[in-house]
Design a protein around this ligand. Structure first.
Ligand SMILES: [Zn+2]
Length: 63
């Protein structure tokens, strides 16, 4: 089966770890900009490929 890339799907590794949801409309960034809430199962998780856009780009304090 050849499924063309779908802009409405997040990367496989960013999918909900609980139910595997990948549709971008079902994965909602919560206010801290670090985590995503899955609208399908209400799980909240931190996707490994979170994007820097829309927030500060993970400004880790350097010594
Ligand atoms: Zn889910």
């Amino acid at each position: 089966m050849n499924i063309p890339p779908d802009d409405n799907l997040v990367a496989t590794e960013d999918a909900c770890p609980t139910c595997g949801q990948r549709h971008i409309d079902r994965l909602v960034w919560i206010e801290d900009g670090q985590r995503v809430r899955c609208a399908a199962c209400l799980n909240i998780y931190m996707p490994p490929n979170r994007r820097p856009e829309g927030g500060d780009a993970h400004a880790a304090p350097t010594q």
